[in-house]
Design a protein around this ligand. Structure first.
Ligand SMILES: *[C@@H]1O[C@H](CO)[C@@H](O)[C@H](O)[C@H]1NC(C)=O
Ligand SMILES: *[C@@H]1O[C@H](CO)[C@@H](O)[C@H](O)[C@H]1NC(C)=O
Ligand SMILES: *[C@@H]1O[C@H](CO)[C@@H](O)[C@H](O)[C@H]1NC(C)=O
Ligand SMILES: *[C@@H]1O[C@H](CO)[C@@H](O)[C@H](O)[C@H]1NC(C)=O
Ligand SMILES: *[C@@H]1O[C@H](CO)[C@@H](O)[C@H](O)[C@H]1NC(C)=O
Ligand SMILES: *[C@@H]1O[C@H](CO)[C@@H](O)[C@H](O)[C@H]1NC(C)=O
Length: 933
């Protein structure tokens, strides 16, 4: 270890970046520009002038909540220009008069450059200095700028945070701290700079702070001097080349936690800072952080790139993400109490992020994906999977399956697009890790990082390094590259579905790929042009070996391939086991049934691993939902659940019950479906109850409570009686409006199955809800009052009061919420539709001039029907009230279109579902004594 640190030390002292190095600054393109950060809209600065280093001085004026400072930016001119462009936030005041630009001459002398004028660009965070004469290429210049700004409370730039500390007299005292958050582009709020990740140069920094505080910075303080009787100045060691976003400091009175373990001679120095009362909670933090550092050092095969790491538990830190400054990471206090994953992510950035940096923000999502993937595998290794309980990568995988199979993915929120694109890249990395092999994958990453210290990378660089390694290790044929593979997955917000049709005589299978669409109709344009590089990993019944994860064959961007040498016609095959690639797989009916029958045997359930069992189930019913597989086959795949006890396999079932249940809510099949649900869930739930223990794993508690709430919804008597008993204590209380003694889980069952009287009591609590209480409790009550009941009379009463009687206790927002909740189930939207029809004139009058509410009502009352009967009702209203819909005209038209589509689905699938359920119920003859009918 020592060796590498000596090298690093040397490197720091040779950082005078030669001017010519910057001539190579070039625009680099990556395959994933689609993911460029919408939060960073401003264009790049011109590259004819680039920074060489900064000298920065900042003074905190703690009382005024302001700061002032000066910066000297040495810059190299790469191309003749007459202006200097710098980032400077509009809130940053620049002293335009006292601003100098000088030229460094070869003989060590300097000369003043004449300034024509200094401009702030309106609405853009830019400072432009226009010069009398041109700066010449290869010249070395320096801008000397003074500035001032405010310290805010929100975590962008330099901010103040507050907390309370108990002093020696047991009195609570207010304390504050000052810290920075510069990611991704907030350094410009504190000083003018080239605020782009690719500019990595050394910073020589001094910070003036009030006495009594101390300052943590990226590097160690070298000297401290007194400024006056209230302020002191710390001068820090010059930083290695660093991007502006990775710069940071914390000025506080937090104290260093002392650990018994002696690490005085161990590199790096790790120090953990917190308020005094929190020290005890962090007693394990050092060991944890050191074990993560050791693990990552091993992954990268490179030691931690700095000689110190300060970790700060910032009290009341409001930022969504920790401040991952290089060598100084600030977390929310409770983030340091959780498992390994979150902390690891920030520590990965110390290597990949700060030391080696994404060239532009479009490359940052690959960085994030690598961090996510490494953090998950690190966490799983360090705590044996305790933190995730096996949920990684299932949670991100399922959300990607749902989002990317919509007709219009990300149609609502662009910020989510960032997240999902990043998650998908994480899954692509996981796929590569399996198919190229862990060793090749790891060596590829090591090669990638090896020659890049202090430099930047584009995402293609990672794929290139992996390609090289894969070719070297013979894990990928020469004609293929990881760039192409990754590109086919990342460049589109879509995923494929693979269909495997076996030819049982020839022992072959015809494998085809196409765009995966779950939402109907499947009329997405250009889908014929979409193709992916897909690894086909095949496991067959005669050799159920799930450890070999290399691809039997790649679908190289082609629509169709043939698999050969498959087992005989009585043996099943599984393609893409363990969700190695993020895509669902469909089979011919015979193979599905082989799978279903095998899983019904105890051999099948032990030999097929958990993720694969979950995948088979999840794929089957989603494909059925999409119209690509018979529901009878999909339901066949659920039969083994009677014996299944693993929560990861159960998770997809709950989603299935919810989605299918909602869809067939209106038809008579629903009753039978509920009985099927009970038959499936009752044994699981009763076993979980009888085996209940004091201390249990989280997954067990969750599984029990999920099973219970679904059973409760299906009318499970023990649950409803328990809920009513608890609810009674509230009804008997003498002052029911002071607070609600009933846990949320009990309320819905009472409103759904309980008496009008119980529901009415809830309604009165909303009407009499005191201002002083938490309004979210009122909202919850209102939501359940509207969303849970199945009796029309309850819903009518609510609509009478809120809409017709115009009760002043209910706001427009409340009414909107009620409509939205009613659209959640057929009882709700049916009642709403009838209410609309019967009170048309009165409602129109009531909502006159309130277009949003009116539109909302029409949408909720007409949009959710799924059958011909519903279509007829809605179209009758449409005809009857033609021309009276106003702004909602297009809404009801859209509703009619949707209902038509859904009706087609119902016509195709309901008879199949019903027939299967009839057979099932005949065979299983469930007992109903414990259920309300
Ligand atoms: C900045 O770069 C210039 C030119 O190479 C050099 O003279 C100066 O010492 C450097 N300053 C710092 C703080 O590194
Ligand atoms: C910038 O350079 C000038 C001249 O050398 C010096 O007086 C001043 O202190 C420097 N500013 C900073 C922030 O170091
Ligand atoms: C494979 O399946 C596709 C789609 O079902 C079909 O068009 C194609 O002809 C089949 N190819 C072979 C060789 O059977
Ligand atoms: C499964 O395959 C792996 C890798 O191909 C091999 O090392 C292992 O021995 C196999 N296990 C069994 C039980 O066949
Ligand atoms: C469902 O399973 C039963 C029993 O194995 C089988 O007879 C039936 O053909 C299966 N249905 C479908 C559509 O796969
Ligand atoms: C709602 O109001 C209508 C008309 O005022 C009335 O006929 C109906 O009984 C009321 N329904 C309920 C449940 O209060």
């Amino acid at each position: 270890m020592g060796c590498i640190h000596v090298l690093l030390f040397v490197a720091i002292f040779h950082i005078a970046v030669p001017v010519f190095a910057w001539k190579q600054y070039r625009i680099r393109r990556s395959i994933d520009l689609s993911a460029s950060n919408p939060l960073i809209p401003d264009a790049k600065l011109p590259s004819d002038l680039v920074p060489v280093n900064y000298t920065l001085r900042i003074k905190l004026n703690a009382e005024q909540l302001s700061f002032s400072g000066a910066v000297n930016i040495t810059m190299a001119c790469t191309k003749r220009t007459n202006q200097i462009n710098l980032h400077a936030h509009n809130n940053l005041q620049i002293d335009e008069v006292n601003l100098d630009v000088i030229q460094h001459l070869d003989d060590g002398e300097t000369s003043l450059v004449k300034i024509r004028r200094v401009d702030r660009v309106p609405k853009k965070p830019l400072l432009v200095v226009y010069l009398q004469d041109d700066l010449t290429a290869n010249g070395l210049y320096e801008a000397r700028i003074h500035f001032k700004g405010m310290i805010w409370e929100n975590t962008e730039g330099l901010f103040q945070g507050k907390y309370k500390q108990v002093n020696s007299d047991d009195m609570q005292q207010d304390r504050s701290y000052f810290a920075t958050y510069f990611r991704p582009h907030h350094a410009r709020r504190v000083f003018p700079c080239f605020d782009e990740p690719a500019y990595k140069v050394p910073f020589l920094v001094t910070i003036i702070r009030p006495k009594g505080y101390h300052t943590l910075f990226n590097t160690e303080a070298e000297t401290t001097a007194t400024v006056d009787d209230r302020y002191e100045l710390d001068s820090f060691k010059i930083t290695p080349p660093i991007s502006t976003f990775a710069l940071g400091f914390v000025v506080s009175e937090l104290t260093l936690i002392q650990y018994d373990s002696d690490h005085t001679n161990v590199n790096p120095t790790v120090r953990i800072w917190a308020r005094e009362e929190f020290h005890e909670s962090l007693k394990d933090a050092e060991t944890k952080i050191r074990s993560i550092l050791a693990h990552l050092t091993n992954v990268w095969n490179v030691s931690y790139p700095l000689d110190k790491l300060d970790v700060v538990a910032l009290p009341n830190f409001a930022s969504v993400k920790p401040a991952d400054n290089w060598g100084l990471v600030a977390f929310k206090e409770n983030e340091l109490l959780q498992g390994y994953y979150g902390i690891t992510q920030e520590l990965v950035y110390q290597w990949l992020g700060s030391w080696i940096t994404p060239h532009w923000w479009s490359d940052a999502h690959v960085n994030k994906a690598v961090a996510g993937f490494l953090s998950a595998s690190t966490a799983i290794e360090l705590d044996n999977g305790a933190e995730f309980e096996g949920k990684w990568p299932m949670t991100i995988l399922y959300s990607i399956y749902y989002e990317f199979s919509k007709r219009y993915p990300h149609s609502r929120i662009t910020a989510m697009k960032q997240e999902t694109t990043c998650s998908k890249t994480e899954l692509v990395l996981r796929m590569l890790n399996y198919t190229l092999g862990e060793k090749t994958f790891r060596n590829g990453l090591r090669e990638f990082i090896k020659h890049r210290k202090y430099k930047t990378f584009a995402s293609n660089d990672i794929w290139e390094a992996l390609t090289k390694q894969a070719h070297l290790d013979n894990r990928l044929c020469e004609s293929a590259t990881v760039n192409e593979i990754a590109g086919s997955w990342i460049s589109k917000d879509r995923i494929p579905v693979v269909k495997v049709v076996r030819n049982y005589d020839k022992r072959t299978a015809n494998v085809t790929q196409r765009l995966y669409l779950r939402e109907r109709p499947h009329d997405v344009p250009e889908q014929d042009k979409m193709l992916w590089w897909i690894p086909l990993i095949v496991v067959s019944q005669d050799n159920l070996n799930f450890t070999n994860t290399s691809a039997t064959k790649w679908m190289k961007n082609v629509r169709e391939v043939t698999l050969e040498d498959l087992p005989n016609s009585n043996s099943l095959i599984i393609v893409n086991p363990e969700e190695i690639g993020p895509f669902p797989v469909n089979y011919d009916e015979r193979n599905w049934n082989l799978l279903a029958n095998y899983l019904l045997t105890s051999e099948g359930r032990t030999k097929v691993p958990v993720y694969t069992r979950a995948k088979l189930l999840h794929d089957a019913w989603n494909l059925a939902y999409a119209g690509d597989l018979s529901f009878a086959t999909a339901f066949n795949m659920t039969l083994f659940m009677q014996h299944e006890r693993n929560h990861l396999v159960w998770n997809p079932i709950f989603t299935l019950i919810d989605h299918i249940g909602r869809h067939i809510d209106m038809s008579k099949v629903h009753k039978k479906f509920e009985i099927y649900v009970r038959t499936l869930l009752t044994p699981l739930y009763e076993e979980l109850v009888s085996h209940q223990q004091e201390k249990e794993a989280k997954w067990k508690i969750n599984l029990r409570s999920l099973a219970k709430s679904f059973l409760c919804k299906a009318g499970y008597k023990p649950c409803i009686e328990e809920a009513q008993a608890v609810y009674k204590t509230w009804m008997n209380s003498s002052e029911p409006d002071l607070g609600n003694p009933v846990a949320n889980q009990y309320i819905c069952p009472v409103f759904k199955w309980g008496m009008m009287e119980e529901w009415e009591f809830g309604l009165q609590r909303v009407i009499n809800f005191p201002e002083s209480r938490l309004q979210s409790e009122r909202t919850y009550l209102l939501k359940t009052l509207a969303g849970c009941p199945i009796q029309t009379s309850k819903i009518n009463r609510l609509l009478n009061i809120t809409v017709l009687e115009d009760n002043s206790n209910f706001t427009d927002n409340d009414i909107s919420l009620i409509f939205k909740m009613l659209s959640g189930g057929s009882n709700g939207y049916m009642a709403l539709f009838q209410f609309l029809k019967q009170n048309w004139e009165a409602i129109k009058l009531r909502f006159k001039g309130q277009e949003a509410l009116w539109d909302n009502l029409i949408n909720s009352a007409t949009g959710l029907f799924t059958t011909q009967e519903g279509y007829d009702m809605v179209s009758q209203l449409y005809v009857q009230r033609q021309g009276e819909f106003g702004t909602a005209e297009h809404i009801i038209e859209k509703s009619l279109k949707n209902i038509k589509e859904e009706t087609k689905w119902s016509d195709e699938n309901l008879p199949v579902i019903e027939e299967w359920l009839d057979n099932f119920l005949k065979q299983y003859k469930p007992s109903n004594e414990k259920f309300i009918e």
